[in-house]
Design a protein around this ligand. Sequence first.
Ligand SMILES: *Cc1c(COP(=O)(O)O)cnc(C)c1O
Length: 400
Amino acid sequence: MAKVQSSSDMGVFPEKLDLRIPGPTPVPPAVLRAMSRPMINHRGPEFAELLGRVTRRLQNLMQTEQYVAILTGSGTAGMEAACANLISPGDPVLVLEGGVFGQRWGEIAQAFGARVHRYEYPWETGADPDELARRLRATPGVKVVFATHNESSTGVLNDIEALSRVVREAAPDALLVVDSVSGLGGAPLAMDAWGIDAVVSASQKCIMAPPGMAFVALSERAWRRVAESRAPRFYLDLAAHRRLYEKGQTPWTPAVSVLYALDEALALMEAEGAEARLARHRLMRDMVRAGLAAAGFELMVQERWASPTVTAVRPPAGVDVEAVRRVARQELGVVFSGGQGKLSGQILRVGHMGYATPMDMVGAVAAAEMALMRLGVPVSPGAGVAAAQRVWVEAGGARR
Ligand SMILES: *Cc1c(COP(=O)(O)O)cnc(C)c1O
């Protein structure tokens, strides 16, 4: 057992951690239990039934009639699958880049031989649809537009519906490919209604299952592109996945235990219902934002762009954000994320997606506030908690 530090308030429970990071997220007990089931033959009838059910649940979540490929791998495997199946070497593509995950699209597309154009927008905002229209008109022949629904490195939620409309108008032949790894399930997304050509997501964010599986759904247009695309692919060949799905199988041995977990987690999500789930995420966002601002942190993103699944803040002037995270983790048992890329060492990120409740947000805000006090910052105890709780009460939290 890990040695408990004397300065800790965690007693002899150093493993009692509240994981407030943007993935992997906490996993409900029923989902963990599902993972301990015995293995089954992945070419047998029980597996076919399981795969069919999980696929239909994912279609429901993505709001699509299209086949959803379930790949073994993390979210990046889904992103790579989209590139490997939709790009041909030399294709001009446009990447919407407002954070680390937007940058990742550019890196993967480049690795698959695309000619990458970038629309870099400020990391504190979403992409501007009007500016996207200008970029598309100035760059004729763009074959794919890559966007990030929820940019986890900054806590920005893009307006995918508006961006999709612009792509259809300004570049009717371009496909719109969306990374919704940290959005799907926590933020609204309607693949078919919004005219998205590819949605990529993964098991370990809002879907509250362990890491290990990625999902890719393609539109009819995108499937036609798959047939033409000349990028090299094998393990992540989406046509092979679709072909084997007809037989109730995946082409390669899948992460069967993660599939058990997904089935259970998606069933929980359906039981809550989309409307209640999205409202819960919005409430958690509003509580965290109000609480951290009242505790003296600076919100990185204005309300207009604020993500319902992850919030980024800068520390009060003169405070080392890494010290805040260290105290919260070691002494209070709350795990926050730091910044990525150029934001490394500058921000703190709070995950509020999946298996998380308003009550967890009270604890997260209290931990951030307490950590500041321990670092000698003059904070009035409970200022952040009161602000978070007020948001909760205003949302009806005192009346249920
Ligand atoms: C987590 C995440 C990914 C995928 O990362 P993996 O570590 O490969 O699972 C991709 N995009 C966004 C926006 C994410 O939050």
